[in-house]
Design a protein around this ligand. Structure first.
Ligand SMILES: Nc1nc2c(ncn2[C@@H]2O[C@H](COP(=O)(O)OP(=O)(O)O)[C@@H](OP(=O)(O)OP(=O)(O)O)[C@H]2O)c(=O)[nH]1
Ligand SMILES: [Mn+2]
Length: 187
């Protein structure tokens, strides 16, 4: 696996920056599958960035690149220093905001996501809304291996609490999320 080259981001055009984000994330997640045990993990960050661009109408490349990178620190050996070196401090700041501290107990991590959602920056809220939308769509298609119906139900209830703390961020994404919550009789 060749090392990913660190480009000079100042001189890259927006499409090249986006491609570098895609390559970096694909390289970092290359051995991972989603919890359905069949989908390559990278499909999820690509979906999150695509949801933002196509459904959310977001054109700010920092937000789209942060979406591609959003699970690299949480779920691979990637460090924030590496993200900053490759993509600069603005993108790194968004990734930092949406990264769970995996050293904490799961219940505490889940509680903190609800709490942090409310005080997040607009850009972090956008990434988090698209992240939840893609995870909920995945759950509706095929549940992670071993998840009971109760565990699935709990995920919808928890995801709604996170989303409720980010309302007023993006009309289209919130509309899509609300359709899912209505179908589950949570709204
Ligand atoms: N629905 C679904 N989720 C999957 C799948 N594969 C991996 N995941 C991830 O699993 C997380 C939910 O699983 P949990 O057991 O509740 O949480 P944990 O992995 O953080 O311990 C989601 O994270 P999250 O905290 O909600 O968001 P984030 O980590 O993506 O920020 C999601 O990213 C899949 O096939 N379907
Ligand atoms: Mn995610």
């Amino acid at each position: 696996m060749p090392a990913v080259i660190v480009p000079n981001m100042e001189t890259l055009h927006p499409t090249a920056k986006l491609m570098h984000g895609l390559q970096f994330a694909a390289s970092k997640h290359r051995t991972q599958l989603r919890k359905d045990n069949e989908t390559p993990y990278i499909n999820h960050p690509i979906n999150v960035a695509t949801i933002l661009a196509v459904e959310g109408g977001i054109s700010d490349e920092n937000v789209l690149i942060a979406a591609l990178l959003h699970d690299t620190v949480e779920d691979t050996d990637t460090t924030f220093e590496e993200i900053e070196q490759h993509f600069g401090e603005d993108i790194c700041a968004i990734v930092r905001e949406v990264t769970d501290d995996k050293t904490l107990e799961k219940q505490e991590r889940k509680r903190l996501q609800i709490e942090h959602a409310a005080s997040s920056s607009e850009n972090a809220k956008l990434v988090k809304l698209a992240d939840k939308l893609d995870n909920l769509r995945d759950l509706g298609r095929k549940a992670p291996i071993g998840w009971t119906p109760e565990r699935q139900e709990q995920y919808y209830v928890w995801a709604k609490k996170v989303v409720d703390n980010m309302r007023g961020t993006n009309v289209e994404l919130e509309r899509e999320l609300d359709e899912i919550f209505k179908a589950k009789k949570l709204l």
